[in-house]
Ligand binder design. Structure first.
Ligand code: SAH
Length: 262
């Protein structure tokens, strides 16, 4: 007797605006039999799911962090549901392979003999600055951008972030910091210590691409205090570099969007 193995799709849901999922991703959301979704996905997308689909929230953060569903448990869940012969979607915020642990899930599927596909998503690293009117590159200003995570494994004794390398890359490009709100003052101090100009333009964007988006703009040295005064909470992204100035120069478009688009 042979049983059919289902399939797992690792799907990027985009950063917040439900319109930013790909056509392929939305099609899969509509066809899925099981959807395991994260906290940071646009929740309106779930109303697109089939009425019989099983929707499982694996992003729930309880009062006690140790009760958060572990990555191992999510991997096991994915494999288990696929082995039941079902079409399983792992719906993740932004892009599954940008700080999304998508590769861990892909490897778990591979190890269990479960076929999988990856559907990239619009990453918050690019889309959130764009919705704040900050292009990550501009021909006359920068030729590169660097995306880095401010969240580090608390078990590590020393910082895994090479601040002098970041300061060097900031000389030719833009820095984009994800998961960096809690340690923002420390990260900014280390960047300045590594040689970054304290007056470098910077912006922090909270809940980007959603109707709740807020933006704080300040020089690098003043940013942590400004962000704290505004009471920002995760999720937030920080952009550092001369391109932030383009926002005030006329690229900021969101507040100018005509409510009654044709
Ligand atoms: N895979 C995701 C990133 C996951 S890490 C992606 O490609 O977008 C989670 C971090 O992403 C958050 O801590 C925050 O820094 C950033 N982020 C995700 N959605 C965001 C949003 N709507 N606004 C601001 N930052 C966001």
């Amino acid at each position: 007797m042979t049983s059919t193995v289902g399939k797992v799709f690792l799907v990027g849901a985009g950063p917040g605006d439900p319109g930013l999922i790909t056509v392929k991703g939305l099609d899969l959301v509509r066809r899925a039999e099981v959807i395991l979704y994260d906290r940071l996905i646009p929740h309106q997308l779930l109303s697109e799911a089939h009425p019989d689909a099983e929707l499982i929230d694996v992003g729930k953060v309880s009062q006690r962090p140790q009760q958060k569903i572990s990555q191992e448990a999510i991997n096991a869940f994915l494999v288990e549901k696929a082995l039941e012969g079902r079409l399983v979607i792992r719906l993740k915020g932004g892009d599954p392979f940008v700080f999304g642990r998508g590769a861990e899930e892909a490897l778990a599927c591979r190890a269990a003999g479960v076929p999988f596909e990856v559907v990239p998503g619009v990453t918050s690293a690019v889309a959130v600055p764009a919705y704040a009117g900050v292009p990550l590159t501009h021909r006359e200003l920068v030729t590169a951008f660097t995306v880095f995570s401010g969240h580090e494994d608390p078990r590590k004794r020393e910082s895994g972030i090479d601040y002098s390398a970041l300061a060097a890359s900031a000389r030719m490009g833009t820095l984009v910091l994800l998961m960096g709100l809690v340690n923002l003052d420390l990260i900014v101090a280390r960047l300045i210590n590594a040689g970054l100009d304290p007056e470098t333009p910077a912006a922090c964007i909270e809940q980007g691409t959603t109707p709740h988006q807020r933006v704080v703009e300040a020089s690098l040295i003043q940013l942590p205090a400004a962000v704290q005064a505004a009471g920002f909470e995760p999720p937030a992204i920080t952009v550092i570099g001369s391109v932030v100035g383009l926002r005030a120069a006329g690229v900021n478009w969101l507040s100018k969007v005509d409510q009654a688009l044709p």
